[in-house]
Design a protein around this ligand. Structure first.
Ligand SMILES: Cc1cc2nc3c(=O)[nH]c(=O)nc-3n(C[C@H](O)[C@H](O)[C@H](O)COP(=O)(O)OP(=O)(O)OC[C@H]3O[C@@H](n4cnc5c(N)ncnc54)[C@H](O)[C@@H]3O)c2cc1C
Ligand code: FES
Length: 327
């Protein structure tokens, strides 16, 4: 059964099936409803139900505050209509950029650094992500976080993990060449450095979750911040780490920055460093006064959030980007 959905304030109307999310139905009909991951991980598709009933599917904790829920806000990529609905939601600017591949540099056995030169300035904040079109697959996009703050020459830097069967990453690792062009949609996301307080920072990054955390750390260094920052950087096995020398160099030059690489795999007996599952670094009350930045798999983030909340870290101080598959 189809229901009519009316978006406010644009007045755009479209039909959505009972088993379709509002975002999926809009995109299928060419309506560029604001969204990011498409799977309940990023919160970029928040909207407000003004009229009608919908069934809200599961999404990452903390994407909606209790006040937002009380005000009728919903995660539209996980909301299926149960009646005709009127929803306040943003329709994205049609802004798109073309960018040329200027460097492809291996960082680890399964991670490449991709550098792009957009044809015109690409505005973003350190920590945000871009959506990149999958070459040769019309309408398919993948989210990747910029790994540096905006650069003077406009270069965009990404850390991209190769995934078995991954349409974008397989193209990048095995078919991309310097000079190839890619389409980018405008930068998105709420994962950026909060500058309205002087709290110390706890940063937790798993795998390529290091990318936006590096951007945020570089911004804090450029701002001359001297408050304590503790970065826990996790990998399963030692070869999965990348940029350890970069992080060690930053820690040497900025004594307030402490970096703790931590392995989760018990197999590597020669590893003298920390060894624990990343969320467990939050399993103490030490972080109550910190601003917390988490980036990595949704499972790691959910577990870390649970522990942080149970230790009275206020949810307004927990910021995260969940690197979920793009849905
Ligand atoms: C806001 C945001 C920012 C992101 N930033 C980055 C980044 O900076 N660097 C980066 O490497 N990734 C990042 N990701 C994750 C990346 O967008 C997805 O992993 C994407 O689906 C990869 O595209 P692909 O075409 O290579 O694989 P796909 O064709 O999408 O997927 C191939 C297979 O791998 C599985 N899969 C996809 N992603 C994951 C995952 N994360 N974990 C486990 N299995 C997966 C899929 O279910 C599928 O079976 C980000 C995701 C989000 C939501
Ligand atoms: S697009 Fe809905 S949560 Fe990311």
């Amino acid at each position: 059964m189809d229901y009519e959905i009316c978006l406010e304030p644009s007045g755009i109307r479209f039909a959505a099936g009972a088993e379709q999310s509002i975002v999926a139905a809009a995109l299928a009909q060419g309506i560029p409803l604001q969204h990011g991951c498409g799977n309940g991980s990023c919160g970029d598709c928040k909207g407000t139900i003004l009229e009608g009933e919908g069934e809200q599917g599961p999404f990452m904790p903390l994407l909606l505050t209790p006040a937002e829920r009380a005000a009728g806000m919903a995660i539209l990529c996980k909301l299926r209509p149960r009646s005709p609905m009127r929803i306040r939601a943003s329709v994205q600017e049609a802004g798109q950029w073309t960018a040329a591949v200027t460097a492809l540099t291996p960082l680890a056995w399964n991670v490449l650094e991709l550098r792009l030169q957009p044809e015109r300035p690409y505005p973003y904040r350190a920590g945000q992500y871009a959506r990149l079109a999958v070459p040769g697959a019309a309408g398919e996009w993948r989210s990747y976080s910029m790994a540096t703050p905006p650069q003077a020459d406009g270069t965009l830097v990404f850390h991209i993990r190769e995934l078995p069967g991954g349409r974008f990453s397989q193209w990048l690792f095995h078919a991309a060449h310097l000079g190839d062009t890619l389409q980018l949609a405008g930068a998105q996301g709420e994962f950026f450095l909060r500058q309205d307080n002087e709290r110390p920072l706890l940063c937790i990054a798993a795998g390529t979750g290091l990318a936006p955390i590096e951007a945020i750390l570089q911004e804090s260094m450029a701002l001359g911040w001297e408050r304590p920052i503790h970065l826990f950087y996790g990998a399963r096995r030692r070869p999965d780490f990348y940029h350890l020398p970069v992080l060690e160099d930053w820690a040497r030059r900025h004594p307030h920055l402490r970096v703790t690489p931590t392995l989760s795999d018990a197999e590597d007996r020669d590893w003298a460093g920390a060894r624990r599952l990343l969320p467990n670094v939050t399993a103490s009350g030490h972080w109550r006064d910190h601003e917390v930045y988490l980036c990595g798999s949704p499972g790691m983030i959910e577990a870390a959030i649970d522990l942080l909340l149970s230790h009275q870290v206020q949810h307004e101080r927990i910021h995260f980007d969940a690197f979920a598959p793009n849905g």
